[in-house]
Design a binder for this molecule. Structure first.
Ligand code: FE2
Length: 279
């Protein structure tokens, strides 16, 4: 509780009672060259377009979350990632995806405003960022060490609502090819989550499409890429023509989470803002 006097009036302010605002950008797949293209889309201009779109709305957020595949197997792409985010004046919390080059990522994104992995507290919430990558594999897996980190991060702050972030999807997407490269051990993740009562949502990328489900009281949220999308429920790999996108999140002090996928296309339909109580 912070107490101060404003215009002669005593004011009590509880910082944990504020709304925490986040923006998630995921799977930008940058190359070392601005003009580098993935499936016909120049990924750096697409990312800049998504950032500028977000800046024209409610800005600044408390933090940006970048949930992996920051580059397309190209370590020189991190210089462009730095250029895109370093001057925004907003903390940028990152975790790796299967196309990231982890040593280069750690080296190139060392220091403010970037943070890799770990956990961070905002208001009444704790964000926990997990590394689900496996060397040489498109699919993911959470190691025993990472699961222990999650267990500790949740157990150390039982009074905080938690948002768990990772790259790979921990739930089937009803897409045969994509579900072969999801998280290999979702039961281990949910065993840890179920051992605590404070996880409100799991947030991920990798699937290049919008997705939302509810597992008990925990929301499962996937966000489209800032470049190209995958066709939902496709048996075999297929590209979707939907435009780049990002996600906004408002984390309320009571554990409620409001979120919206924002498509970066003036003609695109926007998903309705959805609200779910944690109670
Ligand atoms: Fe990706």
């Amino acid at each position: 509780m912070i107490e101060f006097t404003w215009r002669g009036v005593a004011v009590c302010y509880d910082p944990s009672m504020r709304i925490v605002r986040l923006v998630q950008f995921t799977d930008p797949h940058l190359f070392g060259e601005e003009a580098g293209r993935l499936r016909g889309i120049a990924t750096y201009p697409a990312l800049i377009g998504a950032i500028e779109h977000a800046r024209a709305r409610d800005w600044p957020p408390d933090a940006i979350v970048a949930t992996g595949d920051l580059v397309q197997d190209d370590p020189t792409g991190y210089a462009l990632f730095r250029r895109a985010f370093a001057g925004l004046g907003v903390p940028v919390h990152c975790l790796p995806g299967n196309h990231d080059v982890r040593d280069a990522m750690r080296r190139e994104l060392a220091g403010a405003p970037f943070t890799l992995g770990g956990s961070v507290d905002f208001g009444a919430w704790r964000l926990v960022l997990l590394d689900s990558t496996v060397d040489g594999s498109a699919g993911g897996c959470l190691s025993d060490g990472t699961l222990a980190e999650l267990d500790k991060a949740l157990g150390d702050a039982p009074e905080r609502h938690a948002l768990v972030c990772l790259h790979h999807h921990p739930v089937a997407m009803s897409s045969r090819w994509l579900d072969r490269v999801g998280l290999a051990n979702p039961a281990d993740l949910f065993r840890v989550i179920d051992a605590h009562r404070n996880v409100r949502a799991v947030l991920f990328g990798h699937v290049h499409q919008s997705f939302e489900a509810l597992r008990g009281r925990v929301r499962l949220l996937a966000t489209p890429s800032t470049c190209t999308q995958f066709l939902p429920r496709a048996e075999d790999f297929a590209v979707d023509a939907r435009p780049p996108a990002y996600r906004t999140l408002e984390l309320l002090p009571d554990g409620t989470l409001q979120t919206e996928v924002v498509w970066v296309d003036s003609c695109a339909a926007r998903s309705p803002r959805s609200v779910c109580s944690a109670a």
